[in-house]
Design a protein around this ligand. Structure first.
Ligand code: CP
Ligand code: NVA
Length: 301
């Protein structure tokens, strides 16, 4: 029984084997209809709870479909419909859920909620995004990079924009997978200080992306950010928009990624999102395959 809480808390060999498993499982499906089960059904008899305290399209659907392809059952729960949203403690929720289900995936606000869930659950807990990190996303992103370009170790990844939760998981992945990571963005939206060691910071976006193998961005206003900060954030982040000019400053065969949902023509232009460097749809698809491997690792099946 193993939790998947964050990339830096997970053994690098385990991370590597999850990426390998994800790629094998993807290729074994060989384009068959989405609703048909995999040849092996490692989650047969397993019940998985998917709890969402924030909106989701990709995480929700990819986990749901992935569990079912592996022969398991899911329950998609909204935090506000549970007693959790009405005063029951996280610890008590974790204890009770552990009597009904074999694994809990939770998307929540505070990291402390995730950690308390993991402390009190007697079944594995997966981090489906908190205000601080988004590890499942970056597992899919590493898988996507390697599908297109081979090993990510030693490559240069540049993040342009807000130093947010998705960036934090990229920073954790840089250490575990051995790639170079540069952050370019305004000082006011820097990543958390504990992430600064092991990354480069360059305030000039064109200089930062020079030699980049991969350019990544994300929304300028995350789900946990107050809407009142929207205009200020947009003003500060506009110089860091990923557009064709910025992509032209990276390596000619550089890839572009965005975890989605995107605000087209804010953090990235449609020309880049729909252009030749972009692998955003593969990235979204690979959430499914990467998470299937994470689920198997957590359950040891
Ligand atoms: N990228 C991602 O996690 O998307 P959702 O918010 O739609 O789950
Ligand atoms: N940084 C974004 C990611 C969404 C998948 C957010 O937290 O809203």
């Amino acid at each position: 029984m193993q939790h998947f809480l964050d990339i830096h808390k997970t053994d690098p060999d385990a991370l590597r084997s999850m990426i390998d498993t994800a790629r094998e499982m993807k290729s074994a499906r060989n384009g068959r209809p989405k609703g048909t089960p995999d040849d092996t059904r490692p989650l047969a008899g397993h019940m998985v709870a998917l709890i969402f305290e924030k909106p989701s399209t990709r995480t929700r659907i990819s986990f749901d479909v992935g569990v079912r392809q592996m022969g398991g059952e899911t329950m998609v729960l909204s935090g506000s419909d549970m007693q959790l949203g009405h005063g029951e403690t996280i610890a008590d929720t974790a204890r009770v859920l552990s009597r009904y289900v074999d694994l809990i995936m939770i998307r929540t606000f505070e990291e402390a909620t995730l950690l308390e869930m993991a402390d009190y659950a007697t079944v594995p807990v997966i981090n489906g995004l908190t205000n601080r990190t988004h590890p499942c996303q970056i597992m899919a992103d590493v898988m996507t990079y390697e599908e297109h370009r081979g090993g990510i170790a030693g490559r240069k990844v540049v993040w342009s924009g807000d130093g947010n939760n998705t960036f934090a998981s990229w920073a954790h992945a840089a250490g575990q997978f051995g790639f170079d990571l540069t952050f370019t963005g305004p000082e006011t939206l820097d990543p958390e200080p504990d992430l600064h060691s092991g990354i480069a910071i360059d305030r000039d976006p064109e200089r930062a992306v020079a030699g980049a193998d991969l350019v990544v961005t994300d929304t300028w206003v995350s789900m946990h950010d107050p809407q009142s900060a929207r205009e200020r954030r947009h003003n500060q982040l506009r110089p860091y928009q990923v557009n064709e000019e910025l992509m032209a400053a990276a390596k000619p065969d550089a890839l572009f990624m965005h975890c989605l949902p995107a605000h087209r023509d804010d953090e990235a232009t449609s020309a880049v999102m729909d252009g030749p460097h972009s692998v955003i749809w593969d990235e979204a698809e690979n959430r499914l395959h990467a998470q299937k491997a994470i689920l198997r690792w957590c359950l040891g099946v």
